[in-house]
Design a protein around this ligand. Structure first.
Ligand SMILES: [Zn+2]
Length: 495
């Protein structure tokens, strides 16, 4: 008999140190059938679920899906909007559904919920109990989720991405759906959660490097060798959230003895402790970076200058100027950079192509990302800023599908820099962002990248080397610079 699956999702990674809240207008909201229409074929986790469901002939009952780019704490209007809608829809269909499938991020903080997803799952379970119902709840999580005890206690199984950059987001949802399929045959499973004291910066949790690499390899071995283990999730956590559940955690879903699962997690935790130094990588100061660039004899392939402090994928505004300013002052040439600055993009749209324009660029969002810098350059191109991903498995697809909007955009150029100016901050996770605007990143000498890890699939293959640079911004890897209040005695640095 065909199964009825209620499908909903909310996707937001919340940077609680940013002053500006995330509002309803910042979310892309889909209701009912829109969820199916808009996600089919877009490379997102929801797309993966839709495909699996159609193969199994499941009947999807779509509820609501909301997603926004990483940014500040989600406001009350948005949290209420999601909850009212999901429960209104559940009330109508709950007695006909066989399961609930949720596509979540797992690091959302809203005005009234430090642990939005944990509280949501608890409310859903409470609702089902009141209606005298018991159906499996399976959820997809981002690897950066700050997982809480409530998320594990009130779900049947969570399944998280294993790759960072997240090239496996869609595939993760397919696997989660197959776990749900198994649950229809045998519903008896148990989950266990192991929180830890470690909060790792975004730069320390790429899966090509330890500690994540070593822990994931071991987790995979356990999954392979023990048929009772359904999954082990190695959760990197998201460090820019001042909440009690912030940080690295592990969880396991098993058909076997829960004490066995606990032993596995304890052993994985030991690997984390053994490799912990790699979780807090060192960065170059601006001066060190400039010296290193100067010492390169000849640049034949681009050098990446990674600026994690303004990691757009981590929530910062993408308008930090610290690094660009220093490069310009030091007379560097062949620079390609992207700055999010709606005001300057707008000014470009009012000018003529080939006109020489003068702008104060960047650092307009808040006081934490440098000062606007004066630039005189020729206007090369204006556009509506939309582009298709070159790599459909890009990390960006996990966040927003394969068709991306940067808002009204412009390209300006002088003898030092080619600058793409956007109106909607867009993480540098796919080369299509530049090539669609007529910029060939392969021709650059120096490319400024506002990211921590998520750029790697796109940019590492075209680069000769990369330097991580400790500049100014709220996604700093130096977590001691952030005013944490709610994390208790967690470890944010090894110094
Ligand atoms: Zn992530």
């Amino acid at each position: 008999m065909s199964k009825n699956i209620f499908l909903a999702g909310i996707y937001h990674e919340t940077h609680t140190f940013l002053g500006e809240p995330t509002k309803l207008k910042d979310f892309i909201v889909y209701h009912d059938q829109e969820i199916i229409i808009e996600n089919t074929g877009n490379g997102s986790p929801t797309d993966g679920f839709i495909e699996y469901a159609s193969q199994k002939d499941w009947n999807i009952i779509p509820g609501i899906q909301m997603s926004a780019r990483p940014s500040g704490t989600v406001d009350e209007v948005s949290e209420n909007y999601f909850k009212e809608n999901i429960f209104d829809k559940l009330k109508v269909c709950c007695h006909t559904i066989d399961a609930i499938f949720l596509v979540l991020h797992g690091a959302m903080v809203s005005k009234n919920h430090d642990d939005f997803e944990g509280d949501l799952l608890k409310e859903i379970q409470g609702f089902l109990t009141k209606e005298n119902l018991s159906v499996p709840i399976v959820a997809v999580l981002d690897l950066h989720a700050n997982v809480s005890e409530n998320m594990i206690k009130h779900s049947t199984c969570v399944f998280a991405y294993r790759k960072n950059p997240h090239s496996d987001a869609r595939e993760t949802a397919v696997k989660a759906a197959s776990i749900l399929n198994d649950l229809f045959l045998d519903a008896k499973v148990e989950q266990i959660h192991l929180g830890t004291n470690y909060i790792l910066p975004a730069t320390g949790v790429g899966t090509a490097n330890d500690p994540m690499k070593a822990i994931l390899e071991e987790a995979l071995k356990i999954e392979k060798n023990d048929p009772e283990i359904i999954c082990i999730n190695v959760m990197a956590g998201y460090s820019y959230a001042d909440i009690p559940d912030c940080g690295f955690s592990l969880n396991c879903c098993t058909r076997g003895d829960i004490s066995n699962a606990k032993k596995y997690l304890d052993n994985l935790f030991k690997i984390l402790e053994a490799k912990i130094e790699s979780g807090y990588p060192k960065e170059n100061s601006l001066d060190e970076a400039l010296t290193k660039i100067n010492n390169i004899e000849e640049i034949t392939k681009p050098v990446l200058l990674i600026e994690p402090a303004d990691n757009i994928g981590g929530g910062t505004p993408g308008d930090a100027t610290d690094l660009l300013d220093r490069l310009l002052q030091a007379n560097n040439k062949g620079i390609v950079a992207i700055i999010n600055d709606p005001e300057s993009a707008n000014a470009c749209h009012r000018a003529q192509i080939n006109e020489e324009i003068q702008l104060y660029i960047g650092a307009k969002f808040d006081v934490f990302h440098g000062k606007p810098i004066f630039i005189k350059a020729k206007l090369e191109k204006i556009s509506d800023g939309t582009f298709e991903l070159e790599n459909k498995q890009s990390h960006l697809a996990s966040m927003m599908g394969t068709k991306i909007s940067m808002g009204p955009s412009a390209v300006i150029k002088n003898d030092q820099v080619t600058l793409l100016i956007t109106s909607i901050k867009t993480p540098p996770m796919d080369l299509g962002q530049l090539t669609s605007q007529g910029i060939n990143p392969r021709d650059a000498k120096l490319i400024i990248i506002k990211a921590a890890v998520s750029h790697k699939d796109a940019y590492d293959p075209i680069a000769s080397q990369s330097f991580y640079i400790d500049s100014q911004g709220l996604c700093t890897s130096n977590l001691k610079r952030l005013p944490f209040k709610k994390i208790g005695n967690k470890i944010i640095s090894l110094d």
